[in-house]
Design a protein around this ligand. Sequence first.
Ligand SMILES: Nc1nc2c(ncn2[C@@H]2O[C@H](COP(=O)(O)OP(=O)(O)OP(=O)(O)O)[C@@H](O)[C@H]2O)c(=O)[nH]1
Ligand SMILES: [Zn+2]
Length: 345
Amino acid sequence: MRRYGKHTDEDDVRVRPNRKGNRPRTNIRPKHEDAAEGFVLTVDRGRITCLVEDRTITAMKARELGRKAVVVGDRVAVVGDLSGDKDTLARIVRVEERTSVLRRTADDDDPFERVVVANADQLAIVTALADPEPRPRLIDRCLVAAYDAGLEPLLVLTKSDLAPAAPMLETYAPLGLRYVVTSREELADGEAADRVRERLSDRITAFVGHSGVGKTTLVNALVPDRQRATGRVNAVTGRGRHTTTSALALPLPGSTSQAGGSEGSSGWVIDTPGVRSFGLNHIDPSRVIHAFPDLEPGTVDCPRACSHDEKDCALDEWVAQGHAEPARLFSLRRLLATRERREGD
Ligand SMILES: Nc1nc2c(ncn2[C@@H]2O[C@H](COP(=O)(O)OP(=O)(O)OP(=O)(O)O)[C@@H](O)[C@H]2O)c(=O)[nH]1
Ligand SMILES: [Zn+2]
């Protein structure tokens, strides 16, 4: 079988355009019952860094896993040398069933969508209110990907010192999205991190956002010892800094202001430098409408198999009657079109 060499850090599972459900199946049967449990922090050219108890270890895929990829967020069974000592290498013998998968889109030289983050339960969509300008099309793509994967979206609007958040919040209000707004000042005094952190506790949150929106600034504020966390990873991978395009899982420091100053991680931030865009090809168009609860009831009067972008679509009337904002219908239609890639995605 052909391998798709460049992307060995990602999932080799082939995704068929939606049959039923979208979870890649695993054929791997439980064995190695005595293996330790690991949590994958990052993957770098086949070297998998995982957390086993409180140790960061390096592992490789066992042969028996075949083409099954191991990705950030995976829960795995690990055997071999689990000391985490320098130059030791453990083996991953099993990937536990994933509760969710985020895929990146296929691209020209790689026709398959691949899993980039497993087991996240929240998708933080980081968008600047200005500089760079918000990109609603991108936000909508992220929303669809989140809903489809079963992740709860969290809209993080940064740079409110440069532009007001109200217009964006108004636009997305019909979706009932959870959101946080941050500014430069609030970043400096810790308010921004506190507010975002509240939404992250006890969850695995994948952070996405295009270049310049302030994602790195925010993640650094959330995980002040990121240096230490990545330092530990680097000590294991032997690289100077985190250079891979793989996502990176960072432990969220436990809240010290609440719950009696509990220590330790109370959630994970998954930074995703490499996720350029989400794969939406596998999404059934009829499921896209679920991301628009303000519009969905209006589709009952649509013709059969309505594309929601045709003359007889009932949604125009629905909007004309004032049940939803025209911007949302526009957005939905744009969304349905986002399954076909366009320049700038
Ligand atoms: N005015 C203002 N600037 C901000 C804010 N947050 C971040 N920035 C600035 O925005 C620029 C981009 O921030 P980054 O954190 O590097 O953005 P990023 O999304 O990680 O972008 P890449 O590193 O390119 O992926 C930096 O100059 C930050 O100082 C904010 O709340 N307000
Ligand atoms: Zn319709």
